[in-house]
Design a protein around this ligand. Sequence first.
Ligand SMILES: Cc1ncc(COP(=O)(O)O)c(C=O)c1O
Length: 382
Amino acid sequence: MKKRRGRNKLDRIFLSSPHMGGKELDYVHRAFETNWIAPLGENVNMFEKELAEYVGIGSAAALSSGTAAIHLALKAAGVERGDAVFCSSLTFSATANPICYQGATPIFIDSEEKSWNIDPVALEKAFAKFGAPKAVVVVDLYGQSADMDPIRDLCTQYGVPLIEDAAEALGATYHGKQCGTLADFGIYSFNGNKIITTSGGGMLVSDNEEMIKKARFWSTQSREQERHYQHNEVGYNYRMSNVVAGIGRGQLHVLDERVKKKTEIYERYEKAFSDIAEIQMMPKCEYGEPNFWLSCIILDEKSKVKPLEILLTLEKENIESRPIWKPMHLQPVFDGCEFVAADKKDVSSDIFARGLCLPSDTKMTEEDQDRVIDLIRGCFGV
Ligand SMILES: Cc1ncc(COP(=O)(O)O)c(C=O)c1O
């Protein structure tokens, strides 16, 4: 029987799922042929080098996850038990959890409406209220850079290391520079839903080569260079395997293509909803080019249609959408942690209440996206 072209109607449309480019297996095969399955090998070294070249940074350490990369960035920044760390509130919990691994306390900072990212005004307020923390962790949400210039200026003024969580923002830029390279340390995630994936993995990047070397050391159980097993520090099993790094090398070939497709997806939604006053797209800031990892919408306060209604309408048709990240200061696990907003309005909670992430899968056809669009328009009776 002739295979039908395109997607079966009953196939699920995903928010963002793995999308192989074709070259991944070549690199994986090389690992097998040389019997360098694990732990390290050429793919790991080359993935670090190729990614560092792509984003334009001095050094990179390939790790088992983005979360591990944030953990080692905090350690490299000197964060220890009892320290305070300022952190974006509107993000995935993996941004904040490693602060707790270090025994430190997060202080959550609100978002600005302009970018949905950390509000430099709120950050300044936090510095004035609490003094200098041990580090600041800033997220580039849904593939758009935070407004890094004023954030970095504040950190420089107070002498505080800045960590950029660019887990969702590989390939995005800020004033022409790649996200993830705008702070003392940057991190990327290659989790299955990210713009490129290794099935699971992460990268820590920095121009501080010494610290990247140290991170590699910590990630391999802090084993000293001795013939016997010598350990002077606590270590972690955080290194990326040579097989996984092979997938990453293959995926790097299609990163630009993925950014282009994600941009087209965002622009098609933007155009399709332009006549519905209640729907606004996540704002795009003039200071950079997002990678549009996820296309998100925010509904007008007065909109009778709520995000959940759209989510359930899509779910009935086997289409995945997702609420905006629930801010960390609303999470029971972080009960009692401080939260600083620029003024009385809690912007991140408002975005959580009114926003929705739409299917942004790069394997989605135009036909698929039209189905999504029609279903959403139907919720508004148009
Ligand atoms: C903003 C953000 N930070 C950190 C992470 C953690 O990355 P990983 O899943 O690779 O540990 C993710 C995604 O998973 C993320 O979206």
